[in-house]
Design a protein around this ligand. Structure first.
Ligand code: UDP
Length: 337
């Protein structure tokens, strides 16, 4: 029988795509979210509970009421730069509240956990592409809090009768405009939505760093469509159902694209110029981040199928057009995850 899944952070960017795909695969989905930006999000395909992950009483009541037997946890603070200037908020939400949340779920008898982690746990790459066994030296509080929760789950699985899959996302991007969900962070810091915004407003996009040791001097990232990321959560649940073996998996395509390549692709799809401003490097950025996602392919049978840069950008452009032109839609998703 399909599980009843609680998706913490399910009204955020990545969480909403995961929740949608779970529902489309006949899971019973309960979205648990604090609606930190008062976003309007009441999908017909999921139950929505508004609450804080640290509200252990509400977490336990929700688990009991909906007979939850697996947790997908993607509620988190995500802006890497702000994690350096305001670490307290990150340690509070991503570490302390998350630990309280997992403990409440464990005490309620939940045994299956899928955790949203990040390639930020690796820090500066020593070898590329990044394999799960690469050293973990996170450079900022965001990456450190993600790594700390990876340890918590490892220790929980050792000591208690639980299983987990930790998924380390590379650059989640793209949208599902036909479902009305997509990226809308506040403030926005990610390249693709900012480049599309520059296209629409003609306010220049800042390129952070043009002197990296890469072919065109700009930084290279591994962009993976959010729906491919969502799919991995379903495969992770199936994997735990079958094997009960916990593990870590990178989610990326293994292919990197430079900032300039992203801009060129947006220009060639839209037929318009993205105004740019060349700036110094952004603090904490590294030249190249590309995943070795062989483990996810081998163990979870995961393969990114919607992650060509062209498709990612087409879907992001469609989503931005909806948001730009429809004030009502504009408030659908303000990501908290
Ligand atoms: N970037 C940029 N201008 C921006 C935002 C991002 O040049 O306005 C660059 C950033 O320095 C990095 C890449 O685009 O090299 C991807 O950044 P993003 O914030 O989207 O994701 P990150 O890799 O930091 O998680």
């Amino acid at each position: 029988m399909k599980k009843n899944i609680l998706v913490a952070g399910g009204a955020g960017y990545i969480g909403s795509h995961i929740a949608y795909l779970l529902a489309a695969h006949d899971y019973q989905v309960v979205i648990f979210d604090s609606f930190v930006y008062d976003q309007e999000f009441s999908p017909s395909w999921a139950t929505v509970v508004k609450g804080e992950i640290a509200d252990t009483k509400l977490v336990q009541e929700t688990i009991k009421k909906y007979d939850i037997n697996a947790i997908v946890h993607c509620a988190a603070r995500i802006e890497v730069g702000r994690s350096v200037t305001d670490p307290a908020d990150f340690y509070q939400t991503n570490l302390i509240d998350t630990a309280l949340f997992f403990e409440a779920a464990r005490k309620s008898g939940v045994k299956t956990y899928i955790f949203s982690s990040s390639c930020a746990v690796y820090g500066d790459p020593v070898t590329l592409p990044l394999h799960e066994s690469h050293s973990k030296n996170p450079l900022n509080p965001y990456g450190k809090t993600k790594r700390a929760i990876e340890w918590l789950l490892e220790d929980y699985a050792q000591a208690y009768d639980i299983q987990y899959v930790t998924l380390r996302y590379f650059n989640a991007s793209g949208a599902l405009p036909e479902v009305g969900i997509g990226e809308c962070h506040d403030p926005e810091t990610h390249l693709i939505p900012l480049a599309i915004d520059a296209l629409q407003t003609q306010r220049p996009l800042k390129i952070f760093g043009t002197d990296y040791s890469t072919p065109d001097g700009t930084a290279i990232r591994d962009y993976v469509h959010v729906i491919d990321i969502a799919k991995a959560h379903i495969q992770a649940l199936e994997h735990l159902d079958k094997t009960a073996i916990s593990g870590y998996f990178n989610l990326g395509t293994g292919e990197g694209h430079s900032v300039k390549k992203v801009i060129e692709t947006i220009e060639s799809i839209s037929g318009k110029k993205v105004p740019i401003l060349e700036m110094p490097r952004r603090e904490g950025d590294t030249a190249i981040l590309v995943a070795d996602a062989e483990e996810a392919r081998r163990i979870l049978n995961w393969k990114p199928e919607h992650s060509s840069l062209e498709f990612i950008i087409q879907s992001a452009l469609k989503w931005e057009l909806i948001r730009f032109h429809d004030q009502r839609q504009k408030k659908i998703i303000v990501s908290v995850a």
